[in-house]
Write a protein that binds this ligand. Structure first.
Ligand code: GRG
Length: 313
């Protein structure tokens, strides 16, 4: 017998994320030609972009498009674009002149495999490809509203540009670099500035762009912006908490690695309990912003917030 119409639908978060990641990976794969000259550049771009990653930003972009009543496929090109920006920021962050990391997403970093000049240029090329992709009419499905679409795309480009430069990721990275190597404890305000710019800005743009492309009203877009800012900060607070709890587990001690190193984190400034309370507050703020939306359509964003709050790695 058929289930009654009112039967509660259980949201399968893992299936949702798995399907979105697959769709986005296909779009990313198609966006960069394999083997076309300059082969080293295209190979390096594909290497970094297709190396895995949770695809949280594209999922947020697609889910935000859906929550305002858009079809998720409309936001696929922008979803791929935010992942390109994210990946290029990781490639540049790993460079010897920045964090000098050898491993990323479990694989040797771009500059280790292709050399520093190609890694710099890979980041540059991914950044411009992101804008190219959002702006290309051909990267959208044919059923997007042809009258409203150009205005939405221009707005999306505005949001993407703003979250990257001296009001966004780059600003966060500069302030973070300024704090590196100093023995002084970073004040809470400065720590929050770094996280809001390095991490939350692109998460916010991912959500806002999805909502714009989906045809959200200004009020809906602003509510989703607040949702995204909360989960952006939440992402980092949870990261800091995991840093402490994981290293304590590994060491079998109560005080973790993080409390003993120079790096300033929320647990270091607030203590573990207060950091956990702050994370709970950010989650409940994010949930509050979703309250006015259709419950079923908001399920992906709600579960993405839970996932960010309760992830174990
Ligand atoms: C953006 C023009 C431009 C330059 C780059 C280097 C830099 C400026 C910014 C650094 C940005 C950075 C590394 C932020 C950290 C972001 C972050 C939270 C990374 C981890 O994200 P996950 O967990 O990673 O989503 P995966 O691998 O799953 O995608």
């Amino acid at each position: 017998t058929a289930a009654p119409a009112s039967a509660p639908t259980v949201f399968d978060f893992n299936a949702y994320m798995g399907e979105r990641a697959e769709t986005v990976n296909r779009a990313l794969d198609a966006a960069i030609p394999a083997g076309e000259p300059p082969a080293a550049l295209h190979e390096a771009m594909r290497y970094s972009l297709l190396a895995g990653g949770k695809r949280v930003r594209p999922a947020l972009c697609l889910a935000a498009c859906g929550v305002v009543g858009g079809r998720e496929a409309w936001a696929l090109a922008p979803a791929a674009a935010v992942e390109m920006v994210h990946t290029m920021s990781l490639v540049h962050d790993d460079l010897p002149c920045m964090d000098d990391d050898d491993l990323r997403r479990g694989k040797p970093t771009c500059h280790v495999v292709y050399g520093e000049p190609i890694a710099v240029l890979t980041g540059d090329a991914l950044l411009s490809l992101a804008f190219h992709h959002v702006a290309s009419v051909g990267s959208y499905p044919p059923d997007v509203d042809p009258e409203k679409h150009p205005a939405r795309v221009v707005r999306a480009i505005f949001e993407l540009a703003r979250c990257i430069g001296s009001e966004g990721l780059v600003a966060g990275q500069v302030v973070d670099l300024e704090m590196t190597g100093t023995s002084e404890v970073v004040p809470l305000e400065r720590l929050e500035y770094i996280h809001l710019h390095k991490t939350a800005a692109l998460l916010e743009a991912s959500v806002v762009i999805g909502a714009i492309i989906g045809g959200g009203t200004d009020a809906q877009i602003e509510r989703l912006r607040k949702y995204a800012r909360s989960i952006g900060l939440l992402f980092q607070v949870v990261d800091d908490i995991l840093d402490v709890t994981k290293s304590s587990e590994e060491l079998g001690k109560t005080a973790g690695k993080d409390l003993a190193t120079d790096k300033t984190t929320y647990p270091k400034l607030l203590g573990l309990e207060k950091s956990r309370e702050f994370a709970e507050k950010l989650l409940s703020d994010a949930k509050e912003q979703l309250a006015g939306f259709d419950k079923e359509k908001a399920a992906p964003l709600l579960h993405l917030a839970y996932y960010i709050a309760h992830r174990q790695n």
